[in-house]
Write a protein that binds this ligand. Structure first.
Ligand code: 3UK
Length: 508
């Protein structure tokens, strides 16, 4: 069924003001250590910030507002303020340096910024570097120039701008596994579309759920999972500024969280705390950002009794488009297209390939890629189909199986080998904590499979271990896929969103 949206639509009205208007203003919306905000509290603060943006900072509709903070309640208030005022939110990862922020300001033509005082230094350096950024305010500190001081003086009333449903409201920057950021534009109706597709059909949240997770809100996986989806059903969300596995576990316990969003590696680490996890209120756990190894799915099930919900999404598509419910989980498969989306596997010419054949994933739905001034638009979107850069196969029952990023397929002696398949096999071995596989040039074979392995504590990094792991892979998958080279490392290079940076391993 195609989603219909009215011509005029402001996502802040739908996700925030409507709950208050419906009499649910006193429901808990956001919790963070030492703090609880109701829906009415959040609306009040967002209204005040919207007034500050418009009256004090000269914002006009369409201006781009850089948002910069770890996951905390003020970041959410600022995000909704930008929506209300008809601005365009440009949320940025907390760890970015001035050089990267300047690139975002330039690409996004950013004129305004709201920044957490804890991250002021890189923001200051950025502002020095570019004339574009003219209006800057800081929050989460006490002082006469703070955003909070301006909020005190501002009215708590604000009439949301009557935006068109296809006005751009956010720029999502790709998390850069290759290093170069690209901006993607999303409309007010896209924000609502993702709330209408995946959550009601797959997650099935209720107003009593308490969401928690690790992805930064600057990553659309986090924005959806920790803000948009809970708010679309009037539920509450827990925001943690630091959400490494032990901190997540503490948060899950303290706030009685029921729905968890995090990345595969985090599930793998957390699984070791199964006894404690079993005593929490967790009932749904969502994994995205990179391929979920079958072994991690099994570990989590064993540790907690919960079947992980895997879903593939992309910044370009705003959120998840292939996923499955817990009861229909098929190990090794990402799932089926989310209702509202279509997916197919195509060859290099865009023709659909028969089931069981590896090809490129193409998806179509209510959200889709619109790069901001980037020539890659032509290769990402073809005839309305978004080609995500992932190699997939679909089986005869319509389940989609992830193989690799198309550029992470290894060709060795004429064989096609998907790096994640070798990683999955290695991770089944009890000595392996984490691993990453790439193809390295080889005179005889073109490429050979090389594995970077992080061993669990107490395991020997020696030739005997190399042999053990190689034999283990040969027994688990087709022998020609075994890693001819194995290197032991202490950790793997990852982005802030938990994605492996294979390009860094290639450089090393
Ligand atoms: C990979 C996956 C296998 C895949 C994202 C959920 O990851 C998100 O967006 P990005 O733009 O990266 C997109 C790429 O990441 N990937 C993501 N999830 C999976 N591969 N299985 C998965 N479950 O290569 C994809 O093309 O950073 C994820 C929601 C919103 C998002 N932005």
């Amino acid at each position: 069924p195609e989603l219909q949206f009215p011509e005029r639509l402001n996502c802040a009205t739908e996700l925030l003001d409507k709950h208050v208007a419906a009499g649910h203003g006193d429901r808990v919306c956001i919790r963070a250590p030492g703090l609880t905000w109701t829906y009415a509290d959040l609306r009040d603060k967002a209204n005040r910030i919207a007034n500050v943006l418009v009256q004090d900072m000269g914002l006009v509709p369409g201006n781009r507002v850089l948002l910069r903070a770890p996951n905390n309640p003020m970041l959410v208030a600022c995000w909704f303020a930008v929506m209300k005022a008809g601005g365009i939110a440009v949320a940025t990862m907390p760890l970015l340096r001035a050089k990267e922020l300047k690139a975002i300001v330039d690409i996004g033509q950013v004129s305004h910024a709201l920044c957490d005082a804890a991250l002021a230094e890189e923001m200051r350096l950025t502002a020095l570097e570019t004339p574009l950024l003219r209006h800057l305010r800081h929050f989460n500190y006490e002082g006469p120039d703070s955003l909070e001081a301006a909020m005190e003086r501002a009215s708590p009333y604000f009439d949301n701008l009557d935006t068109a449903s296809d006005d751009t409201c956010l720029l999502g920057f790709t998390s850069g596994t290759t290093g170069v950021p690209k901006a993607t534009m999303h409309f007010h109706r896209d924000v609502m579309a993702i709330c209408h597709c995946w959550p009601p059909h797959v997650l099935k949240p209720t107003a009593d759920d308490v969401f928690i997770g690790s992805p930064p809100l600057a990553f659309t996986f986090g924005l959806g999972g920790l803000v948009l989806f809970p708010m679309s059903v009037g539920a509450s969300t827990v925001l943690l500024e630091k959400a490494s596995p032990p901190q997540l576990l503490d948060g899950i316990k303290e706030f009685h969280a029921t729905v968890l969003f995090t990345a595969p590696t985090s599930y793998r680490t957390l699984a070791a705390r199964g006894i404690e996890l079993k005593r929490t209120h967790l009932r749904k756990c969502v994994s995205a950002g990179e391929a979920l190894p079958a072994s991690t799915r099994a570990l989590w099930k064993e540790a907690t009794g919960i079947e992980l919900i895997d879903g593939i999404g992309a910044t370009e598509m705003l959120h998840i488009f292939i996923s499955h419910t817990e009861d229909k989980a098929r190990p090794g498969a990402t799932g089926k297209p989310v209702p509202g989306y279509q997916a197919k596997v195509v060859d290099d010419d865009g023709n659909e390939v028969p089931p069981g054949t590896v090809g490129k994933l193409a998806v179509k739905g209510p959200t889709g890629c619109r790069y901001l001034a980037d020539e890659r638009q032509k290769t990402y979107v073809k005839n309305g189909w978004n080609v995500t850069g992932d190699a997939y196969l679909m089986d005869a029952d319509g389940y989609f199986f992830y193989q690799a990023r198309t550029d992470d397929m290894i060709i060795s002696s004429g064989y096609n080998i998907a790096a994640p398949e070798v990683e999955d096999a290695l991770m089944l071995h009890p000595a392996v904590a984490e691993c990453a596989v790439i193809g390295v040039p080889d005179e005889e074979r073109g490429q050979i499979v090389k594995a970077f392995v992080v061993l669990r504590p107490g395991q020997e990094q020696d030739a005997a271990m190399v042999k053990t792991l190689q034999d283990f892979v040969k027994q688990t998958v087709a022998p020609y896929k075994y890693p001819r080279a194995v290197e032991f490392v202490d950790k793997l290079p990852r982005t802030q969103t938990g994605k492996l940076q294979r390009f860094k391993l290639h450089e090393a």
